[in-house]
Design a protein around this ligand. Sequence first.
Ligand SMILES: [Fe+2]
Length: 309
Amino acid sequence: MSSRARRAAKAVGATAGALTGLGAGCLAYAGLYEVNAFRLRTIAVRVLPPGASSIRALHISDIHMVPAARARQRWLSGLADLNPDLVINTGDNLAHRDSVPYVVASLGGLLKVPGVYVWGSNDYYGPTFKNPLKYFGRSRRPKVEDSPRLPWGDLDREFKQAGWIDLTDTRETLVINGVRLGFRGTDDAHLQQDHYVSVAGPVDRAECDVAIGVTHSPYRRVLDAIASDGHDLIMTGHTHGGQVCIPYYGALVTNCDLDRARAKGLSRYEAAGHESWLHVSAGLGTSPYAPIRFACPPEATLLTLIPRD
Ligand SMILES: [Fe+2]
């Protein structure tokens, strides 16, 4: 080998070594630090009638609880200190068959607050390993038939005992701070179990002051239906905010047909001439088979609903 070839081979080796080191460093940061770097996002949303008292709604999602997730359990427990007026839980609470008591204990004081919820695929079925490259293809219904079943029914009993309201394919009205909040929810669109048609119809302002749609996965067919019925706000989770993101670029995937720019946070969503606020939670957990987050920390969101101008 000539000296020039030796130098080139050395440079290639050094570059490969540096890239491997950088990758290992990023992976360590994502799996050892950021996955537990919980954040509370706070935003104000103008959806209440003029003159109404504000409402503090805590949005939690995608807890993916496992018994060993001590940091997640501790952080969740602290959320009760926020004293919200309302909790909205958009599903994927479980990731292990023994997780129900851990979810209940972690939510603790929040279960004394009025709450509404819907289920996600990870409440019904246990996690399995998935090839990460599959997330870059067209979003398809996961093959869950062979996945272990999770005890979501036990969690449902606990939530109901606490007074929380299951919005699955249901309409319900809650009066908070004198404001009538009209909720409609669906089952999980990722499993193609959404039946919005069972709650569909134009929002009736004689029945509610604010109309809120709640669903786990923000597939456009569901968002379109909720927005076109005239809802003020749509609450969803599922995307994990992209989970592994590129700094200053954002999410690479949403695990559904929603555009990447709306993988998390608040945006306007338009359908059939109606505009709704859409809030997507980046969630608190991850699948135990992909316990990393990068440029997308786990979160809960405190939305302060305030009067329109
Ligand atoms: Fe999830």
